[in-house]
Design a protein around this ligand. Structure first.
Ligand SMILES: Nc1ncnc2c1ncn2[C@@H]1O[C@H](COP(=O)(O)OP(=O)(O)O)[C@@H](O)[C@H]1O
Ligand SMILES: [Mg+2]
Length: 256
């Protein structure tokens, strides 16, 4: 497949936080309609990479291409205006606001031409978006601080999927969820994959989830992408072997 079909390309991206090198020389690409699974140990740089692609952080070096155009993202809003939306690991919900307010945070619907917030329309859309995911949030007018981790995560995912985003970044969407809620999110990803309208990068811990839900898998180790294969061409065993090898190397270094 040609480069022109990439909705997103990351070339030679590096990022440091003081003495810590979070990303070294990251190259990544995402094709239209593709679901890319991103695996990696804690601290490998997964969230940093996602934050750079979503405009939340700036890379120290490297280039970003969105639908073929080289782009320097100025902010999350800038990335969103280009069709990139992210569900952050730390969620970015506002605790004191209720479900509907969070759902439309910075994307409030207005009654045109009058600049009033369309409360009832936002409420209906929130309900529909949550129903679509299948996660039960009984009351929409409670501060999200009072909801469970899984419910909060579902709201964050629903918000992003419900937006007009063409590129969706999911940072460990199943992390705070029980098995049932997690299965619903995976079902949603499967539906989006079948529709082929949006392209998705999903960070996950569970190899089986990635092999089942994604078209391709990348492994990030110590700030670099070290593995890139279609899920059809790899296996839990192969992924395990690479990670076990990494542990061996790390242990050998630690005991030197
Ligand atoms: N804002 C930050 N300030 C300082 N260090 C950070 C910051 N964000 C991430 N790091 C460091 O960068 C490395 C990669 O972090 P992260 O991208 O969150 O990894 P992952 O999501 O793969 O667990 C870690 O060593 C982490 O401590
Ligand atoms: Mg992370």
């Amino acid at each position: 497949m040609s480069e022109s079909e990439d909705v997103l390309r990351v070339e030679h991206v590096g990022k440091r936080f003081g003495p810590v090198t979070a990303l070294r020389d990251v190259n990544l690409h995402l094709r239209k309609g593709e679901v890319l699974g991103l695996l990696g140990d804690n601290g490998a740089g997964k969230s940093t990479l996602i934050k750079i692609i979503s405009g939340f952080q700036k890379p120290d070096e490297g280039r970003l291409f969105i639908k073929g155009d080289e782009t320097e993202l100025r902010s999350v809003d800038h990335a969103r205006s280009l069709g990139i939306d992210c569900v952050y690991q730390d969620l970015a919900l506002v605790n004191q606001l209720d479900v509907v307010q969070n759902m439309f945070l910075r994307r409030e619907r207005l009654h045109s031409p009058m600049p009033f917030l369309a409360r009832s329309r936002m409420r209906q859309e929130t309900r529909a978006a949550l129903d679509e995911i299948g996660v039960n949030v009984p009351r929409l007018n409670v501060p999200v601080a009072r909801l469970s981790g899984g419910q909060r995560q579902a709201i964050a995912v629903a918000r992003t999927v419900h937006s007009d985003a063409e590129i969706i970044l999911l940072d460990e969407p199943l992390a705070a969820m029980g098995a049932k809620e997690g299965a619903m999110i995976l079902d949603l990803v499967a539906r989006l994959r079948a529709e082929g309208r949006v392209s998705i990068v999903m960070i996950a811990h569970n190899y089986v989830h990635v092999l089942e839900s994604c078209d391709r898998v990348n492994l990030i180790q110590d700030g670099e992408i070290t593995f890139d294969k279609p899920t059809a061409d790899t296996s839990v065993e192969e992924l395990n072997e690479i990670v076990v090898e990494e542990y061996r190397r790390a242990r050998a270094q630690a005991t030197q």
